[in-house]
Design a protein around this ligand. Structure first.
Ligand code: CDP
Length: 241
């Protein structure tokens, strides 16, 4: 089989294929919360607030064996050029759910039966990769809140632009249409056991390409984890990566 050349040869913003957008992380952005954090990648910014553990209402959701996580995700109306309709959306519910599954891989709520930890993720500015930015902020906010955690979580979206794999796609890249078009693969990796806590796939990809995407995500997540850990050591300070 002859390998056809990819139509995506250079990134629009000049980044290397494995290079993250400029990162800013800050812990402690909402003083009244039990934990809070901001994670920014390029023009995408996520805020996460943690409340709890506290007693759960409505009561029928209680689990007498352990505490539960409840994650909500919302893009703010002014986060993109076309105003987002406020309130619940199917997309928001899906992202809240997958974020909850991913964060459940790292928290340990065995000591908190009948309780809930609420994680509220808000996106004030979106330029693709908001669910992964939300997860990076949420993991920091949970750690600051002192919620028992087995390890940390970092996440990044790998993109396949025609046949080229790139790390941390922005919106312009996500809209690439030539050749095989753009495939978006948000991936979350736990810090110690390197488990895949999130993997979604929107598009077309071969198994070797998917393996390569995961290994690119693992390397990128190590860099993100370093920034998260620095931010956790210095609450209130903007840490750049
Ligand atoms: O943000 P993420 O990549 O996790 O999720 P997506 O559903 O693939 O959305 C990609 C991007 O599309 C978002 O980050 C926004 O920049 C944009 N978007 C939008 O402009 N309007 C929406 N209603 C939803 C997403």
């Amino acid at each position: 089989m002859t390998k056809t050349e990819s139509a995506y040869k250079k990134r629009a913003d000049g980044r290397k294929f494995d290079e993250l957008r400029p990162v800013i992380a800050k812990v402690g952005v909402v003083p009244s919360a039990d934990g809070s954090a901001m994670y920014q990648s390029g023009k995408t910014r996520a805020l996460a607030v943690v409340r709890g553990p506290r007693l759960l209402h409505p009561k029928h959701l209680e689990n007498p064996e352990k505490g539960i996580l409840r994650v909500t995700y919302q893009m703010m109306s002014f986060s993109v050029w076309d105003r987002i309709k406020p309130g619940n959306s199917r997309r928001g519910q899906e992202i809240g759910k997958v974020s909850e599954w991913a964060l459940n891989e790292i928290v340990d709520l065995d000591a908190f039966p009948n309780s809930v930890v609420d994680v509220i993720i808000q996106i004030p500015q979106a330029d693709a990769g908001t669910r992964v930015a939300g997860l990076n902020a949420a993991a920091m906010a949970l750690a600051q809140a002192g919620v028992p955690m087995r390890e940390m979580l970092s996440a990044v979206a790998v993109g396949k632009m025609d046949r080229t794999l790139v790390v941390d796609v922005d919106k312009e890249e996500e809209d690439f249409e030539d050749g095989e078009g753009a495939t978006d693969i948000p991936i979350g990796i736990t810090s110690r056991t390197k488990k895949i806590a999130l993997l979604q796939l929107d598009g077309k990809i071969s198994i070797p390409e998917l393996r390569e995407s995961i290994s690119m995500a693992k390397k990128a997540c190590e860099k993100i984890n370093e920034v998260q850990m620095k931010a956790l050591k210095e609450p209130g300070k903007e840490i750049k990566g």
